[in-house]
Write a protein that binds this ligand. Structure first.
Ligand code: KG4
Ligand code: ZN
Length: 350
């Protein structure tokens, strides 16, 4: 029997109820119940609907995870739970459940940062994190570049979006093309049939004048508006909208900016590893472009498989395992859910 810690992770920050179990860096279970279909007709996640869905899903998802890992709650060494950032009501369900399990089974509890968990999950696929590294987190709620010196101690934010998150831009553009929600996967698929050079869309915050203040920041709101104007103009002129070309050109604009800025950050900080996480890291064009461009600079790109990029419990367990191994003290049992948890806080202090 391995002496590495057996850690259970609970994730409920948005619309996925996730429970994952890891031993050290080995993934033993990854169970997810998603409420995404209940939000589809609204074109975005409805917080109250998400909270209720978590309430219904948490106990069965927990059971499935324990079954999948063939362990009992008593075997677990520590419970990790997303304490923030995320939707307040949704976070509360996971935190309350984690406290209940921790109290019932007398286990230590770690309230952890969702974004740091998106970075830590890569250890399940590619082993220990090389530090320092640059991490790019691109999801429906966040787009950030971080310098990771020591994931257990905190990360240094280098830049972030000043308006929409990258995933939000995918969702909004998919909506205006009538493609459904969430937008990322549909645009990714449709873009394969389109010409990414067909339309020249703007690359936010990449002009020389933006360099001083926003070198590592992103902006996707102007791009989304440019796509909307282009589609409207087409519709007004009575011509058909070439949805695949729009999807491919939009996707390329996003991926061009993301990869250029992430690699610029690596070179500026003398870092040889770029880790990409969050739902948008599942994007096939982003993965390819990052690899291609990084190879030219001798930078290694680490991206977990798509299933681990979107929200899941395994990522929370992976970060918990990292904290346990580093000897970090657990959080207190009365730890709060913090919808605006800062990136500089990796775990709620004990
Ligand atoms: O990390 P995640 O599951 O949840 C948040 O924490 O937000 O990310 C969800 C986001 C959505 O905006 C979705 O459209 C986007 O990730 N996404 C993608 C792809 N798969 C999911 N975006 C681009 N390409 C994809 N293949
Ligand atoms: Zn996420």
């Amino acid at each position: 029997m391995s002496d590495e810690p057996l850690v259970l992770g609970i994730e409920t920050s948005c619309d996925e109820t996730g429970v994952g179990i890891v031993r050290g860096h080995t993934l033993l279970a990854d169970q997810i119940a998603s409420s995404v279909e209940q939000h589809a007709r609204f074109g975005g996640v409805v917080p109250e609907v998400a909270s209720r869905a978590h309430l219904e899903a948490i106990v069965p998802t927990m059971r499935r995870a324990l079954d999948e890992a063939k362990v009992t709650l008593n075997d677990i060494d520590a419970i990790a739970v997303t304490a923030g950032p995320g939707l307040a009501g949704a976070l509360l369900v996971g935190v309350a459940a984690a406290k209940g399990y921790a109290l019932a089974a007398d286990k230590p509890i770690y309230g952890v940062n969702h974004l740091a968990a998106h970075v830590a999950v890569d250890t399940l696929e590619h082993g220990p994190l090389p530090e320092p590294a640059v991490a790019m987190l691109v999801s429906g709620g966040h787009s950030s570049l971080l310098l990771v010196d020591d994931l257990t101690a905190g990360v240094t934010p280098l830049g972030a979006t000043i308006d929409d998150a990258a995933g939000e831009a995918f969702d909004k553009v998919a909506r205006l093309l009538g493609l459904g929600f969430p937008g990322g996967p549909v645009i990714d698929r449709l873009a394969r049939e389109g010409d990414r050079g067909a339309i020249s869309f703007p690359r936010g915050l990449t002009a020389p004048k933006d360099f001083a203040k926003h070198r590592f920041d992103f902006s996707f709101s102007g791009l989304k508006t440019a796509v909307a104007r282009w589609v409207e103009a087409r519709e007004r002129s009575g011509e058909p909208v070439p949805a695949a070309d729009v999807a491919a050109s939009f996707q390329d604009a996003v991926c061009d900016v993301l990869t250029a800025k992430a690699l610029d950050a690596c070179r500026e900080h003398g870092v040889e590893t770029l880790i990409i996480g969050g739902g948008v890291a599942a994007n096939s064009r982003l993965r390819l472009l990052a690899e291609e461009r990084a190879a030219k600079f001798g930078i290694r790109v680490r991206v977990p498989r798509p299933q681990l990029c979107t929200d899941n419990g395994a990522m929370v367990a992976a970060l918990g395992s990292h904290l346990v191994a580093a000897g970090i003290a657990p959080s207190r049992l009365d730890l709060p859910a913090d919808s605006a948890m800062a990136l500089t806080s990796i775990a709620v202090a004990g």
